[in-house]
Design a protein around this ligand. Structure first.
Ligand SMILES: [Zn+2]
Length: 308
């Protein structure tokens, strides 16, 4: 109904004529989606959370849902706006369908959603279990270790320092605003590093294995951890599972999540319980089986995935 009112709105408020009509329609689609989600949450145990009014300070992106944008070399032509020089991070694959302009930390980004052909499935007949850790981001049942981005530790320290500065500055002051902006930039940088790393690892896993088994983090119940370092790791783990899952779906492979309880203690060779403290990095069982603690755990995770 509101879409049908747009021509009338344009008559009363001529500035709306300067916006591409589909961009305006998309705003209403977003609003509709926000309400649909709200109504859906009402029926569940989730906190409903009424849709929030997005004033100009909260509205950070707009979308051309079908047309009105063309990419030519290093230029993006937007209807009603004009030519903009862009830095294309990778070659476009497939047919661009939607174009979203996003403002984030005083920088502008363009997100293009493209339609691509479904890739052919090439199976490898290999399966893997993944243990997620702090010292190493991911450890496989094949004994492979994937580390965090090498700059992450440094960034974490800088993050803590910036947070301290923000909390010391007076609320509402210009100096605090500046510090908040620096903190936001640091968060963004860390997020980009994490994303980059997780894209690479998930690509390797999906190319190499047909079945990838992770521990189900929701069962692990770590979300209540207030510790900064821990929460940073948990975000990374969740993202790795998320990236691997969607890449696997596109490649016709399978990701499974299993209950991680006791996977560190059980001997993956004989099934006996071998108690160990956090400091013990080695699994050494009376049956004679010796392995890196996390590799033993990854093998148990794989076993659960195969038997489930
Ligand atoms: Zn054993």
């Amino acid at each position: 109904m509101q879409q049908n009112e747009l021509p009338l709105v344009k008559q009363v408020l001529p500035e709306y004529k300067e916006v591409h009509s589909q961009v305006l329609q998309d705003v209403l689609k977003r609003l509709d989606k926000a309400f649909q989600n709200f109504f859906r949450r009402l029926g569940t145990n989730d906190k409903a959370g009424f849709p929030r009014y997005k004033g100009k300070n909260r509205y950070h992106s707009f979308t051309y849902p079908q047309s009105g944008f063309v990419i030519e070399g290093d230029k993006l032509r937007l209807s009603k706006i004009g030519n903009i020089r862009i830095n294309l991070h990778r070659k476009l694959v497939g047919e661009p369908k939607t174009c979203t302009i996003i403002r984030k930390n005083d920088k502008y980004y363009v997100a293009l959603v493209c339609e691509v052909e479904k890739p052919q499935v090439t199976l490898t007949n290999k399966v893997v279990g993944i243990d997620l850790g702090v010292a190493h981001l991911a450890i496989t049942s094949d004994g492979e270790f994937f580390d965090n981005h090498k700059y992450l530790r440094k960034s974490e320290k800088q993050l803590k320092r910036l947070q301290r500065i923000v909390s010391k500055r007076k609320k509402g002051s210009n100096r605090r605003r500046k510090a908040v902006r620096l903190l936001a930039k640091k968060h963004e940088q860390i997020a980009n590093q994490r994303k980059d790393r997780n894209h690479k690892i998930s690509r390797i896993l999906v190319d190499r294995y047909d079945l990838i088994v992770f521990e189900n983090l929701n069962i692990k119940g770590m979300t209540k951890n207030k510790h900064l370092a821990k929460s940073i790791h948990e975000v990374a783990w969740r993202q790795l599972i998320e990236f691997t899952t969607y890449k696997a779906e596109n490649a016709g492979k399978v990701v499974k999540l299993v209950d991680p309880r006791n996977t560190t203690q059980i001997c993956s060779s004989c099934g006996a319980i071998v108690k160990k403290t956090l400091a013990e990095r080695e699994h050494r069982c009376d049956c004679g089986y010796v392995a890196h603690r996390d590799v033993n755990s990854a093998i148990n995770i794989l076993k659960r995935g195969l038997s489930a």
